[in-house]
Design a protein around this ligand. Sequence first.
Ligand code: RNT
Ligand code: ZN
Length: 417
Amino acid sequence: MTRYEQAKEIYAKYGVDVEKAIEKLKNAPVSLHCWQGDDVTGFDHDGPLTGGIQTTGNYIGKATTPEQLMADMDKVISLCPGKKKLNLHACYAIFENGEYADRDKLEPKHFKKWVDFAKERGMGIDFNPTFFSHPKVKDGLTLSSPDEETRRFWIEHGKACIRISQYFAEETGIPCVMNIWTGDGYKDIPADRMGPRMRYKESIEEILSEPFDKAKVKPCVESKVFGIGVESYTAGSAEFTLSFAATHDGCLPLMDNGHYHPTEVVSDKIPALLCFYPEIALHITRGVRWDSDHVLLLDDETKEIAKEIVRNNALNRVYMALDYFDASINRISAWVVGFRSWQKALLMALCTPNEMLAQLQNEGRLTELMVMQEEVKMLPFGDIWEHYCKTEGVAAGTEWFKEIEEYEKEVLSKRSL
Ligand code: RNT
Ligand code: ZN
């Protein structure tokens, strides 16, 4: 008997069907964010990253062209098990033959190459308007700006992105999740907290007035508690975005687990929202002391988030996207570690005897529940993971890292910068 077969039997004793778990995981798409490959830069500007987010580090080999970024993503895809979706930002538009379009004038054609890339790999595409790193961000504000010209520009950007999202969905045949996040806010105590929020609300409403098919485009609003330079106030707070999504048909709330106070946990918020919303969206990340967007690891909260999705049977109701950026280590490795960690967390959740544990809770057998929950942690998960990776044609152990070392030597180290 192989180690996998033995492990499968042990899990079966707890009532867990490992093969079924693996099948489920293979059909659960996870959105792979393009922005890990180039420190959230994109191809439409030379300026710095703004919006209250920051990448730190200067590791060699940053992708600076669409071709490089696509090649790097291919490397990542080849080293990660599971179903992938491509997550793009508007600033990753690809302009050819010297043409250029500002953010308010973006068209589907500027993303054709990405569509070809996704289609060739059987992936859907998610999209994000880019409300940062642009000269039209005025005093740190976009959709909530009191300056009408500024606000209009960004509304037009949002509308262009709806049209592009619809194009993605039609081309790939897979719905496109379009996430609205702005870094709008104030460093210091504002004199008016409601005004910016009213303008933000009206702006998003205008964006969503652009016609789209609700089955194909899933607009989301992402909240945030604070950002660098906007420590005192953000327009898109948790209450604001939740209320917006709740009152606007077809709009989903998006929770990024780096965007809350450090003792708040998104794992607990997921089942709360699932009681009310047919669908929700996530940005899965790792905050270290703050919204630091460190590479996702298989830590307790990551596992807990996965558990809440799985045990509420919500893999088809929760859109899962990764969102982190580390420039201090090999970027491809950062991408791969994060993606694989999320796959591990999902598989672990799928291999947990959730029904049995819930039954103990419902029968009030809480002593036993604690004992069992601790016991489950000791199940031979590593053997299941290894088998899953094998069936997906990717290395389970650290062999994948050898490939990255090779890629660094052959490709990344030869890039200028
Ligand atoms: C920033 C938000 C946002 C971005 C990406 C690049 O705090 O999390 O989602 O990380 O859009
Ligand atoms: Zn995010």
